[in-house]
Design a protein around this ligand. Structure first.
Ligand code: PEP
Ligand code: MG
Length: 578
């Protein structure tokens, strides 16, 4: 039995067999191969190497014909690598000795060869590691083509997925129905995969650092996403206690779902609108189950899937219309593509630091087409009901105006074509870049609403990478700078009469939610399953007292002081609930 401790990022308890995944160019699963199938697995490897050999010969011949033989020499080197005993024989040996699948064996070989290459003093030889990646990548691709290869969309049975990292596009492709729980080496609670797991009600523990090394594939794993605990090969007694905790959790969930019909009204009668954040259109049903009064954030980029292909205007129109129909009469706020450069094509340049690079609205300058198509679909979907358009990653009026100008052009285009659409679809800003927060007063007159993306706002304001578990203790939603910034945004929105919401994870934490109401927020958007607990916390306080509390917090110096004050102030209502 091994105990691992990480950050519980999605509550709930699950027990299942581990499926371990790491990534080369694409995800690589580590599977245990039964003894009687080992020779077949080695044959699968040999076939993939054979297919790679044929392809490389073909490429070499074509290149010799079209460009000249001297340029084709590089593929001789690739062919030699393919047959090198250090690669080919060694991979077969690993399959047999470690009883693992060919993909995983290749990955191990790749690691040791890279270590070897990095020791060469000759720069030319050292740089051949790129060729090695190319050759191994080709064999992996050929392995993937075999009919029994597992993939993200074809998981081998219900599993506890153990991954180093899981990108949003991988999450979009994942066969979630077969995921019992997720365990990752990296990440914290604002990590995108954690956000999705919470939305889908799947227990998850992140930031375990070495889980992919420590959890043997196929082992039995018990996951407690509430406490951040993972137990590998639990004892009978441990399994019993996980079972009991699961039952307590289930009953509490049932009780909380019973609050669905209640209003999120404070003791002194202030109504707070509670909406849902969703990544997949199917989650609208979950949002309704938890009593969401609309979708406050639809992360539209999940429509791209792992192939990173933008859906057509008609495909999007269909999705947006269905969302509006389902949430009727509540609004649906769609955030425009919040993607990085990679979405523009595999051959595009990459960003050295994607979090600060060309992404989201910044891509509008380089490539307006995907945004144009999305805005067309959104304006047309507006005829179906209350759709709102939200622009992410706005840094100030300059880039906002670029987006607004495109919106006007799209409207003119639709008018000229005689295509029906709604003229007055509300447009807002996802306030998440500190510079935008500083100039919120300048942005307010130009838009219809603000929704604060605290996940990024905190990351950029405090200079703490939201995905890096090594600095997750420094990621402080209650940092005085965060509260003061939120207070300024609220004041700017109020001065201009603009509706204001928070759609970052902070909104889904009961304690933080009370403070946000104290700061003047009257609308909060969160994972659907967070709604009942936030509602319960709000129903137990007075908005007037929350305001006084927020004001006191604004004068404190540290997150710890603020948290202590808020906890002490809310203790009576918390103990009343217990
Ligand atoms: C945010 O940044 O707070 C937000 C809501 O968006 P995301 O988590 O998708 O970056
Ligand atoms: Mg964001």
């Amino acid at each position: 039995m091994i105990h691992l401790h990480g950050t519980g990022v999605s509550p709930g308890i699950a027990v299942g067999r581990a499926l371990v995944m790491e990534r080369d160019a694409a995800p690589v699963f580590r599977l245990t191969v039964p003894a009687e199938r080992l020779e077949a697995e080695v044959r699968r490897l040999e076939e993939a190497i054979g297919a790679s050999r044929e392809q490389l010969r073909g490429i070499k011949e074509r290149l010799s014909r079209e460009v000249g033989a001297p340029h084709a020499y590089i593929f001789d080197a690739h062919l030699l690598m393919l047959e090198d005993p250090l690669l080919r024989d060694r991979a077969g040996e690993i399959v047999r000795k470690e009883a693992v699948n060919a993909e995983w064996a290749l990955r191990s070989v790749s690691e040791s060869l890279h270590a070897l290459f990095s020791q060469f003093s000759d720069v030319y030889l050292r740089e051949r590691s790129t060729d090695l990646d190319d050759v191994i990548g080709r064999i992996q691709l050929n392995l993937r083509g075999s009919p029994d290869a597992p993939s993200l969309s074809r998981l081998p049975g219900p599993v506890v997925l153990v991954a180093g990292d899981l990108t949003p596009s991988e999450a979009a492709e994942l066969d979630w129905d077969r995921v019992l729980a997720i365990v990752t080496d990296v990440g914290s609670s604002t990590y995108h995969t954690a956000i999705i797991a919470r939305s889908l009600g799947i227990p998850a523990v992140a930031g375990l650092k070495e889980a992919t090394r420590q959890i043997p594939p196929g082992s039995l794993v018990a996951v407690d996403g509430t406490r951040g605990e993972v137990v590998v090969e639990p004892s009978g007694a441990a399994l019993e206690s996980f079972g009991a905790a699961r039952e307590v959790y289930r009953r509490e969930e049932e009780r909380l779902r019973g609050t669905r019909g209640l209003a999120a009204r404070t003791l002194d009668g202030v109504e707070v609108r509670l909406e849902a954040n969703v990544e997949f259109p199917e989650e609208a049903a979950t949002a309704q189950l938890y009593g969401a009064e609309g979708i406050g954030l639809f992360r539209s980029e999940y429509l791209l899937g792992r192939g990173l292909r933008f859906p057509t205007e008609e495909q999007q129109l269909d999705v947006y219309r269905r969302l509006v129909e389902q949430m009727h009469p509540h609004p649906v706020t769609v955030r425009t593509w919040d993607v990085g450069l990679e979405a523009l094509g595999p051959l595009g340049p990459s960003s050295p630091n994607p979090a600060l690079g060309e992404r989201a609205l910044r891509l509008l300058r380089r490539s307006p087409e995907p945004f144009r198509v999305q805005l067309r679909a959104l304006l047309r979907a507006g005829l179906q009901g209350p759709v709102r358009i939200m622009f992410p990653f706005v840094s100030g009026p300059g880039d906002l105006r670029l987006a607004l100008a495109l919106l006007e052009r799209v409207k003119a285009e639709l008018r000229a074509e005689g295509v029906a659409f709604r003229e007055d679809v509300p447009v807002g800003v996802n306030l998440e870049v500190p510079s935008a927060a500083v100039v919120a007063d300048l942005l307010a007159p130009e838009v219809d609403f603000f929704s604060v993306g605290t996940n990024d706002l905190i990351q950029y304001l405090l200079a703490v990478d939201r995905t890096d578990p090594r600095v997750s203790s420094l990621y402080e939603p209650l940092h005085p700078a965060v509260l003061r910034t939120l207070g300024r945004i609220a004041a700017a929105a109020e001065a201009h009469g603009r509706p204001l919401s928070v759609c970052g994870e902070m909104a889904g934490q009961p304690l933080e939610a009370v403070l946000l109401v104290g700061l003047g927020f009257r609308s909060l958007s969160m994972a659907p399953s967070a709604i009942p607990r936030v509602k319960e916390a709000l129903r137990a306080v007075r908005a007037g007292e929350a305001r006084v509390l927020a004001e006191r917090c604004l004068s404190l110096a540290t997150c710890a002081e603020i948290e202590a004050l808020v906890r002490a102030a809310l203790a009576p209502s918390e103990s009343a609930r217990a």
